[in-house]
Write a protein that binds this ligand. Structure first.
Ligand SMILES: Cc1ncc(C[n+]2csc(CCOP(=O)(O)OP(=O)(O)O)c2C)c(N)n1
Ligand SMILES: [Mg+2]
Length: 557
């Protein structure tokens, strides 16, 4: 395969990844992947050595989303692979292409301490598992894994027994054609004129239309076309959580439609009579499980139109085609109209309303999370990359209307906490010259706090903002609403600033917001990562929790 004589199989396998143009690999080594990984590093691949395998895959997920390329990670066999079971389902549901090079126990041994049935475990997550057991076919299998990861938009885990990796290479001399050269070069698919006509009749009859865009609209660059459609029909705009910010400059953008919808948005969506979903797969939480617009019909515009998704009937009307081309064709087919739902008064309300105006008794020495977000929204530079994490606090962090889609990452599929630090590292790897801000909860950060060491060692520039309510806030609010004791989820506030300093990062505690502008200025000038610990009240309950878990819901107060 190269001119050198007597290569090991692992060297050829590393070369197969290099042939695939892999530039970054999130890595945790063990017996079954370390020869391969150190050879890949020698071949010039940037290796990010994390401290937990879950974080390798989670970081690769954010890297894939940010770069539009395949994310690559590597873990050892057995315990290395079992650590992946929380990250992979999220990657599957978020349709993220990944290739994971995993070791497998040696084939020559009758028993191996770290041996476990890896395939059923991985396949239970929805990812694909491909055992590579014939050395001479392995380079082709690796190339094909990259092709399928892109085509199926899901993770593929390659299992390679490490005794096979150590063998002398006896396969073919030439590498297969790299996957990027084989990818079909398809042009965007235009809609059928009959479908456009039908959709136009439906839209023309609507009085309060909403244009609701998902990541498919982002990928098809359909943002301007959606705004033009909404303007022509006098409607409003909103997005799914991952696509949030696509319309950030539009006066009639109400923000996210789903669990994180702001107050005015909830009101307007409830009045809508037609929701035009553009490039969204209509997952359960998008649209609040069908609760946000009970009176509206739905028109689905997508290359993959759907009637049912995740147990719900979602759309009876369909327009199949590329999001941008279809929206443009629909807009062109519509007559002008005089009755507009949108008005200057509506725009002023959207602009001037707080995402949530409820009042709470916040303790004098603690902050209101809504004020923390308002201050950060105002002071964090527009060019910094933002990453939202999980937990109750993520509702508040999502309310940053000035931030465009391409600067704000949300991966929430599978609903796991503990991913924030990994996602931030994935973004930092994809955007090494930018500062990255992670918004996280104290519980979520604590779940993989060891990654502060990775950030330090790799010289990443990550600012971690902790919304520290000293608790698993989501659980606290639900338990309290049910009249149950909350002591299993109230922990108090560990000194995150000191913990950060212990790892060699900057650390700062905030009990007031007056220092935020100066602190931002200092972080902007400096290098490296830091943790900012905002002590917030656990009295402030997000609208989503208030609605789903009102006090006394279960007969107790
Ligand atoms: C891996 C995992 N374990 C447990 C949960 C249940 N859970 C959901 S939110 C949450 C609390 C998160 O606490 P924190 O990060 O401090 O955010 P907060 O809710 O307090 O804002 C927990 C434990 C989960 N979603 N994922
Ligand atoms: Mg918390």
């Amino acid at each position: 395969m190269t001119t050198e004589a007597k290569q090991h199989v692992y060297e050829v396998l590393a070369q197969a990844f290099t042939q695939e143009d892999v530039k970054t690999c999130f890595t945790l080594m063990g017996d079954a992947n370390m020869n391969w990984a150190s050879t890949l590093a020698k071949q010039g691949c940037r290796m990010i050595y994390v401290r937990h395998e879950h974080c390798a895959v989670a970081a690769a997920m954010a890297y894939a989303r940010k770069t539009g390329d395949v994310g690559v990670a590597t873990v050892t066999c057995g315990p290395g692979v079992t650590q992946l079971i929380t990250a992979l389902p999220a990657a599957v549901r978020a349709h993220l292409p990944l290739v994971v090079f995993a070791g497998e126990a040696p084939l020559r041994m009758g028993w191996y301490n770290q041996g476990i049935q890896q395939a059923p475990m991985i396949m239970a997550t929805g990812a694909d598992y491909r055992p590579l057991h014939l050395p001479e076919r392995m380079p082709i299998e690796i190339r094909d894994a990259f092709l399928y990861a892109r085509r199926e938009r899901r993770p593929i885990v390659l299992g390679v027994p490490f005794d096979l990796q150590e063998r002398e290479w006896q396969g073919p001399e030439k590498f297969p054609t790299p996957s990027k050269e084989l990818l079909p070069k398809n042009s965007p698919m235009p809609p059928h004129p009959d479908d456009v006509k039908r959709a136009a009749a439906l839209v023309a009859a609507a009085e309060r239309p909403v244009v609701f865009a998902g990541l498919g609209a982002v990928e098809a660059k359909a943002g301007p076309a959606c705004r033009a459609l909404a303007a022509k029909i006098g409607g409003i705009l909103c997005t799914t959580l991952p696509a949030r910010g696509l319309f950030h400059e539009d006066l009639y953008n109400i923000g996210i439609a789903g669990s994180f919808t702001p107050e005015v948005g909830l009101e307007l969506l409830a009045e809508s009579d037609l929701v035009i979903v553009v490039g969204g797969s209509m997952a359960y939480h998008a649209g609040g499980g069908g609760q946000l617009w009970r009176k509206a019909k739905m028109l689905h515009i997508d290359v993959d139109t759907r009637a049912v998704r995740q147990g719900q009937e979602v759309a009876k009307h369909h327009l199949r085609g590329d999001a941008r081309l279809s929206v443009e064709a629909l807009t062109a087919a519509l007559p002008g109209r005089s009755n507009m739902w949108r008005s200057e008064a509506m725009a002023a309300r959207i602009r001037d309303s707080k995402p949530d105006s409820a009042k709470f008794d916040v303790e004098p020495n603690l902050l209101d999370p809504r004020d923390v977000v308002e201050s950060l929204e105002k002071h964090l530079p527009a060019e910094w990359e933002l990453v939202n994490s999980s937990g109750h606090c993520s509702w508040f962090f999502a309310q940053m209307p000035s931030r465009p889609q391409e600067k704000f990452l949300s991966i929430r599929e599978f609903g796991a906490i503990g991913n924030g630090s990994s996602f931030a590292m994935g973004v930092a790897a994809a955007r090494p010259n930018s500062k990255v801000v992670l918004f996280d909860g104290d519980g979520s950060l604590m779940m993989h706090i060891q990654e502060l060491e990775t950030m330090k060692r790799h010289g990443m520039q990550i600012l971690i903002v902790v919304m520290n309510d000293g608790a698993y806030g989501s659980e606290v609010h639900k338990l309290r609403s049910e009249g149950l004791p909350d002591d299993g989820s109230v922990f108090g506030r560990p000194d995150f600033a000191a913990i950060a300093r212990g790892f060699g990062l900057g650390g700062r505690t905030f009990t007031s917001l007056s220092d935020v502008p100066k602190a931002v200025e200092e972080f902007a000038k400096g290098s490296g990562s830091a943790v900012w610990d905002f002590h917030v009240s656990d009295k402030v309950v997000s609208p989503t929790i208030r609605k789903a878990h009102p006090p006394g819901k279960h007969g107790k107060k």
